[in-house]
Design a protein around this ligand. Sequence first.
Ligand code: NAP
Length: 336
Amino acid sequence: MTVRIGVIGTGAIGRDHTRRISQVLAGGEIVALTDVNRTSAEKVKAEVAKTAEIFETGEALIASPKVDAVLITSWGATHEQYALAAIAAGKPCFCEKPLATTAEGAKRIVEAEVKHGKRLVQVGFMRRYDAGYVALKQAVGAKIGAPILVHAAHRNPTVPEQYVTPMAIHDTLIHEIDVLRWLLDDDYVSARVLYPRKAARSHAKLRDPQIVLLETKKGVLIDVEIFVNCHYGYDIQCEIVGEDGVAKLPEPMAVKTRLAATLQNPILTDWKDRFIDSYDVELRDFLKAAAGGGVAGPSSWDGYLAAITSDACVAAQEREGEPVAIATPARPALYN
Ligand code: NAP
């Protein structure tokens, strides 16, 4: 079966996912597009979805009988309304992160889905589909024994002026928040944030770098360095220390050279390249499940817990050094 897909938001990632479904993956067809900026939707139609119909609103697209499933790739603040509309229409939807910009908003989506009685939302936490993280999870389960510590880093070469301190959590750490919970099969109980001196390349409204310390229910201590003006490249690191050994996230494939008395290999600079394959795999998973009328992969529950944890980390940023408790609500049976 070919799943007929409508895309809400045709900016950077919306265009890219449209291209993937139209040109790379089997099992889906982009039949509908919408964007607050109609010209953007028209451009994407001309480039990568020539037969798609352009709708005036996301709600009209979701309601159309031509659309079987929905991709929500608009601004984060609009995700909640479209996810709720997709659930009300009983249509599977793939929602880019964040599921909602507040924990209350994410909770409303969880409640609507539970009331509907069937999972219909997959959240775009694509790192769970990255071959390196999948291999790391296997090593944690089978090789290094029970985890005790995690050392992680999320480094960007640079960020725009509009990127302010809380965005280090909502836009950047959010990926570690989800993938580490999944890797450890654990939930968070507290967060703390520590700041060293500010890096010279940072700006007035951004404390950069920072260290986020997360503690889990099983007693694992996690340190994540967020350094978004690191200058040298886009670099994601993750090392898990277990009872019997240490497992490290593989580096992206790169040619090593021996040249002029120097052994070296390049480091990526653009985040889009780092997890490029995992976007294909996550959408393949979505298309497969949507063909059966449902979804698999990261759930609304995962999106909700990520939002709760994000809020706690932002509160911890404001109370430098002090722990902020993270309470995990009871998990509805739908997400077991
Ligand atoms: P973007 O380039 O700004 O694209 C967002 C698009 O949505 C813009 O074209 C915008 O319109 C449109 N839009 C805004 N409100 C809308 C509405 N109510 N209805 C329909 N369209 C609307 O942003 P992006 O980089 O693609 O990011 C989009 C989302 O994906 C964000 O939530 C982001 O966090 C997420 N994302 C995830 C990843 C990942 O690694 N998983 C990577 C990138 C982005 P205008 O044309 O007027 O701006």
